[in-house]
Design a binder for this molecule. Sequence first.
Ligand SMILES: Cc1ncc(COP(=O)(O)O)c(C=O)c1O
Length: 393
Amino acid sequence: MFASRTNWRLETNRLTLALEENRRSGKQLLDLTASNPTTCGLAYPEREILAALNDPRALVYCPESKGLLEAREAVAGYYAGRAGFSGLSAPVDPECILLASGTSEAYTHIFRLLCEAGDEILVPAPSYPLFEFLADLADIHLVSYPLLYDHGWQIDFASLRAALTPRSRAVLVVHPNNPTGSFVKPREAAELAEICAAREMAIVADEVFLDYTSSATPRHTFALSDRALTFTLSGLSKISLLPQMKLAWTVVSGQQSAATTAVERLEIIADTYLSPSTPVQLALPKFLSLRHALQAQLQQRVSANLSVLKSMLVESKSLALLDREGGWYAILRVPVTGTDEDLTIALLERYSVLVHPGHFFNFSREGFLVLSLITPEQQFQEGVQRLRKFFCE
Ligand SMILES: Cc1ncc(COP(=O)(O)O)c(C=O)c1O
């Protein structure tokens, strides 16, 4: 009765069972995977947020397939003053921007634009686990290319090139990547553009964490790439810490004729759904303007938790923090005494601490745990103290 693309394994996994058991036991859980910014104790300007949704123009329906122009202009403003990888800092044209209700929807539209059923998209490993489901729903295959760690992460171009087939349609990058926190380097962006332009493939760049960087200099954006056809995705969920508003965008750039055709076709896909709601589109300029203060709070949280983690690791010979450049996560290298899943379950059962096992993000080896640095500070501190006890006592 059901399409095979929905034939997912639905049985509860061991970690979820252990988590349910922990809840039943009534023990207080120290959740170091907390990634919902709206429930981790940040001070939101609540009145301003609600007032922005109160625009009387929302009483009239004026559908625009790419999204309301004033919302797209605000998104273009977000890129003002930023530089592309080739040094270009021209303004982003609002006509090359399309709104969607979440990056997942934007991904789906791009996959439908580029891929026949069975085509392939190259994705980094480790990276964000949702891609598997998006690919299943778009009837495409994901082919992993490795990111290698050697005092920082880098793209393994030999493996990436070896993974290309006539069915490869795009290379996906997450900039900075989740969970490694690594940005694509200018040299890597140039090589990717060369590969994709030569094979008529596209670059799909997820920049939802772009503003969360540990260095003072702003990072390059793919939105100003002019060589290969490039789709740059971002949205309010991370940039303004408002995931509940369900608003994201795609910027299309690259050689003019391909970019124009891509926008025309994406516009038809978007017009078929017209997903983003009018009140949220009207509020987008305000929501973007609130990002500076909200991001500053979050960066403070990330820095404080990172200091706790580093001080906890100073005397530890068995635990190491991998280098990171941005994002919301920290990766711990831990002794391989079992699978990451076994370790995570043991940590939960013995110390009521929840972390992500590396395999959740498609790490190729055991021995990695992922911690969310946006966890409330006290919870994080207590959690890492217990984690240390688990491994070192
Ligand atoms: C790399 C990456 N892209 C996209 C998203 C989700 O974005 P949205 O809420 O706009 O669908 C996430 C959420 O964690 C993410 O990690």
